[in-house]
Design a protein around this ligand. Structure first.
Ligand code: PRT
Ligand code: ZN
Length: 299
């Protein structure tokens, strides 16, 4: 197939998002060849090529129309979007869907022992970050004046080096902050991997596959969250129990042999089923609760 008619999707080459992103494409049915150190994976069964690049370059590749699609952290997308706007350039990438991995938050953290009494305490401070545009917008929205110190990495040691008073960095488990004697005080944004696309109309030859890929990605997302729940419930508790089932419409109610008081309830839950939900179901009278994974779903 002609090169120009192939879809191009940018993915992080080697980092926290790489494995999940390639796994997602695999679940969408893509088979590709990946030679060691190669920058492009050629799709063998779809007219789709995967460019493996640094995550920071992904929005730019979509911006410049080198790639039609990209998978990258929302934190990077938002920082680039604000950077383009600050330069008076229209960002040419838009978020299509969240992908539910690479979750983290961009947070402000202060050195242990630093007295923090709300956002007002940040007034006049020096804040070290690799996300200067997001931090500046967050401060501006709160009418705070603080100095943003832009670093390219190792933000967590900036206070110790005297380069800043506080930091704003990505946090997932919080162990990096703890190891550096920093206390998280504000969440500036929540982030996860997202799919971005160009708002520029793609060539008709590519559009079919683009739509097909987006539908499959959506399907993979739905199935991942979905669980099949089976439980026994006293008839009297049915309304309450059905109410507690997360994201399920029209559960199946099945009579149980030998009893009129109890029924079996079967439902597809389209939201994550937490232990807390099961505990609430049990407290409402449910018993024999089973949660099963859903393999594929065709709506
Ligand atoms: O080489 P390249 O530029 O592509 O990679 P990178 O080093 O810039 O990115 P990478 O692979 O570290 O992260 C890619 C994306 O993963 C980020 O843009 C986020 O969207 C997401 N992500 C999720 C994270 C984290 N969790 C995370 N914990 N990115 C970075 N961290 C770092 C954080 O900066 C801090 O240093 O991990 C440390 C904190 O982790 P905890 O667990 O100690 O809190
Ligand atoms: Zn990066």
């Amino acid at each position: 197939m002609e090169q120009m008619h192939r879809l191009k999707l940018a993915v992080q080459k080697s980092g926290r998002l790489t494995d999940n992103s390639l796994d997602l494409l695999g679940r969408c049915g893509l088979k590709y060849s990946r030679a060691k150190d190669q920058l492009v994976c050629f799709g063998e069964n779809m007219p789709l090529d995967v460019l493996l690049v640094r995550d920071d370059d992904i929005p730019d590749l979509v911006q410049e129309d080198v790639c039609d699609l990209g998978i990258v952290g929302l934190n990077v997308v938002e920082e680039k979007r604000l950077a383009f706007l600050a330069r008076g350039v229209d960002p040419l990438f838009e978020q299509v869907m969240t992908l539910d991995y690479g979750r983290c938050r961009l947070s402000i953290a202060v050195p242990e022992g630093h007295s923090y009494e709300g956002t007002g305490s940040l007034e006049g401070m020096r804040i070290a970050t690799t996300y200067p545009n997001i931090v500046a917008a967050w401060l501006a929205a709160r009418g705070l004046r603080a100095e943003v110190v832009t670093l390219s990495g190792a933000v967590e040691i900036a206070p110790r080096l005297g380069r800043a008073d506080v930091i704003c960095d990505l946090v997932s488990t919080g162990s990096t902050l703890a190891a550096n004697h920093l206390t998280e005080v504000e969440t500036v944004m929540e982030s996860q991997a997202v799919l971005i696309r160009t708002p520029v109309p793609v060539a008709a030859e590519k559009l079919d596959w683009m739509n097909k890929l987006l539908k499959r990605m959506d399907g993979v997302q739905q199935v991942k969250e979905s669980k099949y729940i089976m439980l026994h419930a006293p008839r009297s508790a049915l309304p309450l129990i059905v109410d507690l089932l997360p994201g399920s419409e029209h559960p199946t109610i099945v009579p149980l042999e030998g009893t009129d008081e109890k029924v079996a309830v079967h439902a597809v839950c389209r939201e994550y089923v937490f232990w807390e939900t099961l505990e609430s179901l049990k407290a409402a009278g449910a018993s024999a609760i089973l949660v099963l994974p859903v393999e594929k779903m065709l709506a």
